[in-house]
Design a protein around this ligand. Structure first.
Ligand code: ZN
Length: 179
């Protein structure tokens, strides 16, 4: 299986670059990299991870969704690799909810995201998939796609007052309150 890769953190310029399209998906080194990215996602308990978060500026991310405290109805999905992903249309309706990021440890923020999105991407076998996601998966997809465009969730929040530390975040969600 894959190996665990080092995670880049806020301040490294690779997180602020537009990642390149993947054109050599069949190559062994790309396939090995996808295995490594999946392994790293599982190891870090992430619900998603994008290639720039392991110092590789390519348009690949992993989504790994399962039910959790905030999204008890989140579907089990993945870990699945999405390559050259794009949003083709989206609902006007947005929802705010908490996000964190492996590259921004210790911080959580309330991030507005489109509730429903239509997307396309290639699977690791090169098959072009069109799909519709809503709620938690739509949120992960938007967060990870942002990483491929040099955007982090801090750029999306409405107010710095909607940023909290992880310690206070756990208190807030256990009390069911928001700042
Ligand atoms: Zn992130």
């Amino acid at each position: 299986m894959g190996k665990i890769l080092e995670i880049s953190e806020l301040g490294h310029p690779i997180l602020r670059q537009r990642a390149s399209e993947v054109e050599n998906l069949r190559d062994k080194d790309v396939q090995n990299f996808i295995d490594d990215l999946i392994e790293t996602c599982i190891d870090s308990n992430g619900v998603g991870i994008a290639a720039p978060q392991v110092y590789k500026s390519e348009r690949i991310f992993i989504i790994s969704s399962r039910p959790n405290a905030r999204y008890p109805n989140a579907p089990e999905l993945g870990p699945v690799a999405m390559i050259n992903p794009a949003i083709t249309s989206f609902s006007e309706e947005k929802e705010k909810d908490w996000e964190g990021c492996l590259s921004i440890p210790g911080i959580r923020g309330l991030v507005p995201r489109h509730k429903t999105i239509k997307v396309k991407y290639q699977t690791r076998d090169g098959v072009l998939v069109e799909n519709e996601f809503s709620d938690f998966i739509a949120r992960i997809f938007q967060h990870e796609l942002d990483h491929l465009n040099g955007i982090v969730f801090l750029d999306r929040i409405d107010s710095n007052k909607e940023l909290v530390t992880e310690k206070e975040y756990y208190k807030i969600i256990s009390e069911g309150n928001r700042p």
